[in-house]
Design a protein around this ligand. Structure first.
Ligand code: NOJ
Length: 765
């Protein structure tokens, strides 16, 4: 579909009443007020829409981000997206989304700039993968849906971001001439060039779940998409998002991601962030392509006023739908104090901050955060029954990740010493406290009157014989804590752990035959010591949030039986990964930054499977302190008839409702065959029939369910396959089609540990 038509909201389904209220609201606005409604202003929050007191509208406060309300005091820092994705636990994903939503609301934020499905994880190196969930659209899609419903059930608007193709940080924005005006571009931002099928089957997929979950707003991405900026890309915003997926909310730009006025408005952008005064360029430092320019454009007929009305209806419908017009908490003035993005000195408009300052909004969320990160911990290796620990009397702790952070409440790349529990940039959080692993282990080890020795300087550990460090004998357990930093604005330079982490492990493992390695990492690390005989256990804890130490102690001592599974693949070598980011150019043309998504559907396990590459730990992998078995697969067609082409039903949020209908039910029996209680995640992968067009990955995740079982207990687990799950995107008919022939459904405990197989051929009558 080539489209430049603007797609107006129509107020479908549950949004009908709110839509009518939004229409009434718009009818009362002057043209200048309309311009205000679609243009941000510097103010107390990261994004601000000014109040219209005569209509009782208090304005909108928009706050980052995907793991915490960032610009706030007395707020919780939750586990990162990649961490919660590792739980594969629908309930926990929802509970986290809800608890976060409560904190945003209690601080007076109307809009949470969360969650993230772009980056999806095309490249292992991308700096922001940890803000998102998994290198797989299905798992990410479920995580988006649960998180959004959580946020919005708590009363705050969710903002899935960054739409779309935001798969690397390098050159995400244009390079400007430092001596020129704000429009003086030396090189335009990178263009993510994505073909239609890949767009639908990988990158758009989780955003479709987001629309279906009734997300209030979408944030368009910084970079270009197939040549045009994502925030003025009519095909993406009007075509894919508003028409095909039936999105009824509003699209806001990423901060500074608006590169035109009229074209963006016509291209589907509804709100310019962070905005500022118009006209662009005439007011240095506070320029905006929107603002006063919107008034001019309407007055001189360049933009139809009905389009501006639609922008505002889209903004106000979710506001009314979520009841934000009734008794919504006021913005906490402390946010303004902490806001370095638009400090008070930059404010042009008036903000009346009469709310109570420094409200503590954390409630009892610490408990949930502790649980989330413990449940998310992925046990990658466990030999010689190293874990759980059995009341060790002599423990040695190694690594600069183990101890207290000594340099501040918001992590930065330069913090050498201290536990790394969140990454950097707008997706981080301000810790009110952080329980370090060292602190938590010391507390716990007291119960056993244990000796706890610690060595936190990686250089010291890597360059010394550790037998010279510890007394009196080889420790019962050597716990090595390693960290890997990642942040917004930069891609990772390598996939190894930071601060000589590999040498630290080698040095400890040389002398300690019970070396247990724990990583706090943004995601993918290659682990060259994984098969070292003295490395008895490996735990990937990712970014756990404020209860880091307690969460890992719960797992180490067996109070929580680890049930995390990898949301990406750990390859044997860094060079094994596909789709590296575009990090440098040999030419200097304005439009030369191009990233061709030539690998198409072959990212992460789809690639390793297609090329038959052996890996260290595959997508979906994760051990437990118990063992499980799977048996008795059964697949049943539940739709009476499954024709290849879906019925054309009227578009609802999420797209054609026919795509979301369950057409097969699959069940398996899962048994805990070990002797402790534990949870596992049976996963269903689909192999498409041979008739599916070339380039279809060998298998794709299309179902998972976490199940907790007592020793010896057996339970039936069900997977509902929807029409979309058994379809491919046909670029000719522009439809999701169910291919003809036999599908293979495989269920197991990871993408390469498949235990049961069922073959199905959909019947059409
Ligand atoms: C830019 C980031 O890309 C986006 O995720 C964030 O919400 C805004 N800055 C506001 O901080």
């Amino acid at each position: 579909m080539l489209t430049y038509d603007t797609a107006n909201a129509t107020g479908t389904g549950e949004w009908k009443e709110a839509y009518a209220k939004a229409q009434e609201f718009v009818a009362k606005l002057t043209i200048d007020e309309k311009a205000d409604m679609v243009t941000g202003q510097p103010g107390p929050c990261v994004g601000n829409i000014v109040a219209i007191p005569r209509l009782g509208f208090p304005g909108l406060c928009l706050q980052d981000g995907p793991l915490a309300i960032r610009v706030a005091d007395y707020a919780s820092v939750f586990a990162a997206g990649v961490t919660v994705a590792s739980t594969w636990d629908r309930d926990l994903l929802y509970e986290r989304g809800y608890a976060m939503g409560q904190e945003f609301k209690a601080k007076g934020a109307h809009v949470a700039l969360s969650p993230v499905a772009g980056p999806l994880g095309r490249s292992a190196y991308a700096g922001r993968n940890w803000e998102g969930f998994a290198a797989d659209p299905y798992l990410t899609g479920v995580a988006m849906e649960k998180t959004i419903r959580g946020h919005q059930d708590a009363g705050v608007q969710a903002t899935p971001k960054h739409f779309i193709g935001n798969e690397q940080e390098t050159q995400r924005n244009p390079t400007y001439n430092p001596n020129g005006t704000l429009t003086d571009v030396i090189q335009e931002a990178l263009s993510s060039n994505i073909d239609d099928r890949t767009m639908h089957e990988l990158y758009l997929w989780p955003f479709a779940n987001a629309v279906r979950a009734q997300a209030a707003s979408f944030m368009c991405a910084y970079q270009r998409l197939n040549g045009s900026y994502a925030c003025e890309n009519s095909k993406a915003l009007n075509g894919l998002l508003k028409e095909e997926l039936g999105f009824q909310g509003y699209v806001m730009s990423d901060w500074g991601g608006t590169h035109s006025g009229v074209s963006s408005i016509e291209g589907g952008l509804d709100m310019n962030m962070p905005g500022g005064l118009g006209a662009y360029g005439k007011t240095p430092g506070v320029g905006s392509f929107f603002g006063k320019n919107v008034t001019y454009a309407v007055n001189n007929g360049t933009v139809d006023e009905s389009r501006v009305d639609d922008m505002i209806i889209r903004i106000m419908t979710p506001y009314y739908w979520l009841g934000q017009d009734e008794d919504y908490p006021e913005v906490d003035p402390s946010s303004a104090d902490l806001n370095t993005f638009s400090p008070r000195s930059t404010w042009i408009r008036e903000f009346n901050l009469t709310g109570e300052r420094s409200r503590d909004v954390r409630g009892d969320h610490a408990e949930l955060i502790r649980k989330l990160a413990a449940e998310a911990t992925v046990l990658l290796k466990n030999e010689k029954q190293a874990l759980p620990l059995k009341a060790p009397k002599n423990i040695a702790i190694f690594g600069n990740d183990a101890g207290e952070n000594t340099m501040g409440a918001v992590n930065e790349a330069t913090f050498e010493f201290g536990n790394l529990a969140a990454g950097g940039g707008s997706g981080t959080g301000r810790f009110t406290y952080l329980v370090s692993p060292l602190e938590a282990i010391k507390t716990r080890a007291k119960e056993d009157d244990a000796l706890v020795q610690y060595f936190l300087n990686n250089t010291q550990i890597a360059t010394n014989n550790v037998t010279d460090l510890w007394v009196p004998a080889t420790p019962d357990a050597c716990l090595v804590f390693l960290k890997t930093w990642a942040e917004e604005g930069a891609d990772r330079e390598h996939l190894t752990v930071d601060y000589n982490g590999n040498e630290v492990v080698e040095s400890v493992a040389k002398s300690c035959n019970n070396t247990i390695v724990i990583t706090h990492s943004s995601g993918i690390n290659v682990l060259p010591w994984a098969n070292h005989p003295n490395v008895t256990a490996i735990l990937a804890a990712h970014y756990p949030g404020q209860e880091a130490g307690n969460s890992i102690v719960d797992v180490l001592y067996g109070d929580v039986n680890p049930a995390g599974h990898l949301p990406y693949t750990i390859a044997k070598n860094a060079t094994d990964y596909n789709a590296p980011p575009t990090t440098e150019l040999s030419t200097d043309g304005t439009h030369d930054w191009q990233s061709w998504f030539d690998e198409k559907l072959e990212i992460d396990y789809r690639y390793f499977d297609a090329k038959n590459i052996s890996v260290q730990y595959e997508f979906g992998f994760g051990l437990s302190y118990t063992t499980f078995s799977i048996s008795d697969i059964n697949a049943e067609q539940v739709a009476e008839s499954i024709p290849s082409i879906p019925e054309d039903q009227p578009i609802q949020p999420g797209g054609n409702p026919a795509l979301w209908e369950t057409i097969y039910n699959v069940t398996v029996a899962v048994t805990n065959s070990g002797d402790v209680k534990g949870a596992t995640v049976p996963q269903l992968y689909v192999t498409f029939p041979d008739s599916t067009p070339e380039g279809t990955p060998p298998k794709q995740l299309r179902g998972f369910e976490k199940v907790s079982l007592a020793p010896g207990e057996s339970r039936t687990v069900g997977f509902e396959l929807m029409r979309r799950d058994l379809s491919y995107w046909d670029i000719v008919s522009q439809k999701w089609l169910v291919p003809e022939g036999e599908f293979v459904l495989s269920v197991g405990f990871s993408s390469r540990d498949l235990k049961e197989v069922a073959k199905i051929t959909p019947v059409s009558v």
